[in-house]
Design a protein around this ligand. Structure first.
Ligand SMILES: [Zn+2]
Length: 188
């Protein structure tokens, strides 16, 4: 499978497998973030997940995906799989993905999108306030992290993805996220 097909499959997985789950979960008061674990040879999913903060505020989309993955009685090895996050993972999730043993991470929406399109500034604030950084290193000893959008922009035919990307963006924009009490900060 070439890199164009790989990116296209990741968009398909977001549109056809993660988003339907997220659309249900958002109606239950959960947030929009989701994930998928993918076999690289066929680009088919092992499992998908979506935020479940109503059960526990720590169950971000990636944590839900990892939890479902480790509940599977039989599963491939994490280091042979791709972790796809709809949004660039927060510090907790990036660490969890590293702890779980994944080596290849992809995401669609970046931190600026998370703040601007999704009105969620806490991820970036935690990186800055707790760690003095604006995110994890894309290349480190544990994994490599790639932006699907950047790969699209750098591909030989970015228009190939335009329609599907627009559909995905529209469906995310249409999600009505309920108000939720996050922990707040020392200064209120
Ligand atoms: Zn997270």
């Amino acid at each position: 499978m070439n890199s164009e097909e790989k990116i296209e499959r990741m968009l398909d997985i977001i549109r056809d497998e993660i988003l339907p789950l997220t659309e249900c979960e958002v109606k239950r008061g959960n947030h929009v973030f989701g994930g998928a674990i993918i076999r690289p040879d066929t680009m088919t999913t092992v499992i998908v997940g979506s935020n479940n903060r109503m059960e526990n505020p720590l169950i971000h989309g990636e944590i839900d995906t990892l939890t479902r993955f480790f509940k599977l009685p039989v599963r491939p090895k994490a280091d042979e799989l791709i972790f796809l996050a709809t949004h660039d993972p927060c510090s907790m999730c990036a660490s969890a993905i590293a702890w779980a043993g994944f080596r290849e991470i992809w995401y669609l929406f970046d931190y600026a999108d998370v703040v601007e399109r999704f009105g969620m500034s806490v991820d970036l604030e935690i990186y800055r306030e707790l760690f003095g950084t604006n995110g994890v290193k894309s290349e480190n000893k544990f994994f490599k992290k790639y932006s699907a959008r950047k790969a699209i922009e750098e591909s030989s035919d970015p228009d190939r993805y335009a329609e599907e990307l627009e559909e995905i963006e529209k469906r995310y924009a249409a999600l009505e996220v309920a108000k939720f009490d996050y922990p707040g900060t020392l200064d209120g």
